[in-house]
Design a binder for this molecule. Structure first.
Ligand SMILES: Nc1ncnc2c1ncn2[C@@H]1O[C@H](COP(=O)(O)OP(=O)(O)OP(=O)(O)O)[C@@H](O)[C@H]1O
Length: 341
């Protein structure tokens, strides 16, 4: 089955002032209807270019972009307008019209699409209720907080009942608490309205909170993609490991490790924690069987898709052969790394 959004061998090269910049390089991507799919990457990785190809604000240099089976790289401007009607978009800076009220902002795309006054009013009322901002209907954007502005942005993007919502760094201007509220609203847009959401972000925490699947973009290429839980649990590239570390904070390195060393004289190991890998039983009998004590000295465990995930660093104190035996037993259950002395 093909996805709702598909990239097949997409390359995008910009040429400006005699310079060629390859913003995207051989992108293959398939996003199923109903997914919340995140694209994560550092600044300059090509995220905005990718999202602009979905609504045909840019055209691919090579390859094709399919929306619901239609190759939009070959469409006339007139047919593109129809495709774009099925795609809503929200932005980092909200892009609301300052001279119009909340109601006026949300009604605007309906006016453009030719809805009559009564249907417009009904639709806007319904949307403002859905995003929880009814009491601000007659306020202007400048009178709203960032989170409220983004709620208006979401209502406006949903006005014409799109099947796809593009969220380009939609929470990057918000504090963590407001980010959480907006992400919960987007999740409702996905589950209650069935809208497929493509989230563009540089924050792994956003991926963790909302996405089912993720693709990691690095210098114009997808270096990793899959279910969020799998990518978090087994990051295969250095770029992904760096992103995952920003959320889990689960492994000591650099200064943290040096400080641990000064405080703990025993052998240090880091053990991976996942739902199906339980180390408690092995550890709880280590003293009686191997004369080895342990202290938990570092770690982080988060809940992701209903499963715990993370790492714990332990100091093992006891006779060397007892510690060796315990590490061997733990390795039968999970991944264990001994931190060099
Ligand atoms: N219109 C353009 N002309 C020339 N180069 C461009 C153009 N748009 C993007 N680029 C270049 O393409 C590369 C990818 O840019 P893009 O904006 O897609 O990355 P990004 O991941 O969205 O980064 P950011 O988060 O900083 O916006 C960058 O090297 C950028 O300079």
């Amino acid at each position: 089955m093909s996805g709702l959004i598909e990239f097949r061998g997409v390359t995008k090269v910009f040429e400006s002032g005699g310079r060629r910049v390859t913003a995207l390089d051989g992108i293959d991507l398939s996003i199923d209807a109903g997914d919340v799919f995140a694209i994560i990457g550092y600044s300059g990785a090509g995220k905005s270019t990718l999202v602009r190809l979905v609504n045909a604000l840019e055209t691919a240099t090579e390859g094709s972009v399919l929306i619901d089976g239609t190759d939009i790289t070959r469409l006339s401007e007139r047919r593109l307008r129809t495709v774009r009607l099925g795609i809503g978009m929200i932005f980092q800076q909200f892009n609301l019209m300052r001279s119009r009220t909340v109601f006026g902002n949300v009604a605007y795309p309906l006016t453009i699409a030719g809805w009559d006054r009564q249907r417009r009013t009904e639709r806007v009322t319904e949307l403002l209720d859905f995003v929880g901002i009814t009491e601000k209907a007659w306020h202007y954007p400048d009178q709203l907080s960032g989170g409220q502005k983004q709620r208006v942005g979401i209502a406006r993007a949903l006005a014409t009942n799109p099947t796809i919502l593009l969220a380009d760094e939609a929470t990057s201007a918000l504090d963590p608490e407001t980010t959480g509220e907006v992400l919960r609203l987007l999740k409702r847009v996905n589950t209650e309205l069935g809208v497929t959401i493509l989230v563009i972000t540089h924050e792994m925490e956003v991926v963790r909170q909302i996405a089912d699947r993720v693709a990691v973009l690095d210098a114009g290429r997808i270096v990793e993609q899959g279910r969020v839980i799998d990518v978090f649990a087994e990051p295969r590239t250095q770029t992904t490991r760096r992103f995952v570390a920003t959320v889990l904070h689960d492994q000591p390195d650099g200064d943290d490790l040096a400080r641990l060393r000064t405080r703990h004289g025993g052998r240090l190991i880091t053990a991976r924690i996942r739902d199906d890998q339980r180390i408690g039983t092995t550890l709880s009998s280590a003293l009686s069987r191997h004369q080895v004590r342990f202290e938990i000295v570092y770690g982080g465990i988060k809940e992701l898709g209903g499963e715990p995930i993370g790492r714990l660093t332990l100091e093992l104190i006891g006779p060397p052969d007892g510690v060796d035996a315990l590490i061997a037993e733990l390795r039968e259950t999970t991944e264990v790394e001994e931190l060099a002395a």
